[in-house]
Design a protein. Sequence first.
Length: 166
Amino acid sequence: MITLTLPYPISANRYWTQFVMAGRAMQGPSSEAKKYRKQVAQAALLACIGKPIEGRVRIDIKLYPQRPQDWLRRARKDPETWDDDVRCIDLDNANKVLLDCLKGVAIEDDRWVRELHSQRMEPDGEARVVVTITPLVVERAQASLVATMEKAVTAAAELNREWEPL
């Protein structure tokens, strides 16, 4: 399991930029996205991640928005939901940006993400995101089920041959 505390992600709207190459409109990561990718790679290096986790993974994301200066006034006014109007990037946009930045750094590829859980946390100070990556063990129950089914199909085929009319 790997846990990384990363800088607050940039918006997916600012992550991609459009440009023209050889007369064709193209899309690629913006300079801001490249800078954020570099920060993620540095955090992975500091966490002693030598190579990305290969295969299936579960990813848990906890997104902490910046706590506003007037948070105490807001909390006194509405203790239950004071943080609902705190400025925060959408979870789905955060997921897209983070998975793209983790690819090749902490995980082999985002196609191996089998479980994804995201939470917007109550602001408690500096904006950040905490990402926990857990390798998933492939259970062999399905492999034994396939072998059993293959034996059953073979046995049924043998029975059918024995009972075919002459």
